[in-house]
Design a binder for this molecule. Structure first.
Ligand code: TRP
Length: 324
């Protein structure tokens, strides 16, 4: 039976944190045997917000090393850099020309980033960000897309674009569906009403050393509200459920119930659990980053494979829309 096509990417800017891992990357790894997978580093999307060339270069390699160290297998999946497959931008342009600006202006992520004074610093790339995403997925005729909750609206737009194209030029694209992780959203350690990010104090990076993890968790907010509820504690418990050893979650849960819990113990246990969970990852990652030739080879192979599929799609599209 032909496998379904799965496409997903991560921006190159953010060194992945445990929220990204639980929200998206963990699913990439779980799915790679069951789907025909395309995983890329969305370096072109990174250009839509302020960036430093040297950092961009560095984090592109780092995200690649992260992918592989976490278990994405270049022999099973096509792993590549978005900018090395120029058909992404080619298709994005074509999609730009069938996408209403009003649809783009109502995207939550755009509205957030373009709010208030910020509007003066907004570039056209940021508005068109979800169009490039649609191209990323539809170039490979992607059917399923594992993403975090925050990207669901963008994927809805990918479906709108696919439908518009199909209606105008004949059935060409599937309407890609998001696959969402069942794990509850992982929140910031310092401001647990916001989602975890790479902002200092907010998130634990996958590559953080055990000491760094411990230090960050020590500072995690555990304050309770008037009703005795604590977003911060809930968040730590969610993490313990994911990373804790057998019985650890239940142990602290019962302490929480009868109010005998010491948060320093919970934090230490969690720090150790997270550090252990990523111990092998940290080692693999360091080895990979010390072997740039291997990483370059993975990218060369990956972009070659991606390009050959991408080319077919572009040829088909050009024919359908009247480009010679
Ligand atoms: N915008 C996504 C994010 O920030 C990354 C991304 C780019 C993506 N292109 C994509 C995800 C296509 C899924 C499919 O996480």
């Amino acid at each position: 039976m032909k496998k379904q096509i799965l496409v997903s990417g991560l921006r190159a800017s953010s060194e992945p944190h445990i929220g990204n891992y639980l929200g998206a990357i963990k699913q990439f790894i779980e799915k790679q045997d069951d789907y025909d997978c395309y995983f890329f580093i969305a370096d072109l999307h990174t250009l839509t917000t302020p960036f430093q060339p040297e950092e961009l270069r560095k984090s592109s390699w780092a995200v690649l090393a992260d992918y592989i160290a976490l278990g994405l297998d270049p022999k099973k999946s096509t792993i590549f850099l978005q900018s090395q497959v120029p058909q992404h931008t080619e298709l994005a342009w074509i999609f730009n020309c069938i996408t209403p600006v009003s649809e783009l202006q109502r995207m939550t992520q755009f509205k957030d980033k373009a709010s208030g004074e910020n509007i003066k610093n907004i570039n056209a790339g940021l508005l068109n960000y979800p169009v490039l995403m649609a191209a990323d997925v539809l170039l490979y005729k992607g059917e399923v897309v594992p993403v975090g909750e925050d990207q669901v609206q963008h994927l809805e737009l990918s479906r709108v674009i696919a439908r518009k194209f199909n209606n105008a030029f004949g059935k060409t694209f599937p309407e890609p569906k998001p696959i969402l992780n069942k794990t509850a959203k992982i929140m910031s350690l310092s401001e647990p009403t916001k989602k975890m990010s790479k902002t200092s104090g907010s998130g634990i990076l996958l590559a953080d050393s055990p000491e760094e993890i411990k230090k960050k968790l020590k500072k995690a907010v555990t304050a309770t509200d008037a009703k005795g509820k604590s977003e911060g504690v809930d968040n730590l418990m969610r993490l313990l459920k994911e990373f804790g050893t057998e019985g650890q979650y239940e142990f602290f849960q019962s302490q929480l119930k009868d109010n005998t819990i010491q948060f320093s113990h919970l934090k230490d246990a969690l720090a150790e659990a997270i550090a252990n969970h990523f111990a092998e990852f940290r080692e693999k990652r360091a080895k990979l980053l010390a072997d740039p030739e291997y990483l370059a080879e993975v990218l060369a192979e990956g972009s070659k494979k991606a390009q050959s599929i991408a080319n077919k799609t572009i040829e088909e599209i050009k024919g359908k829309i009247g480009l010679l």
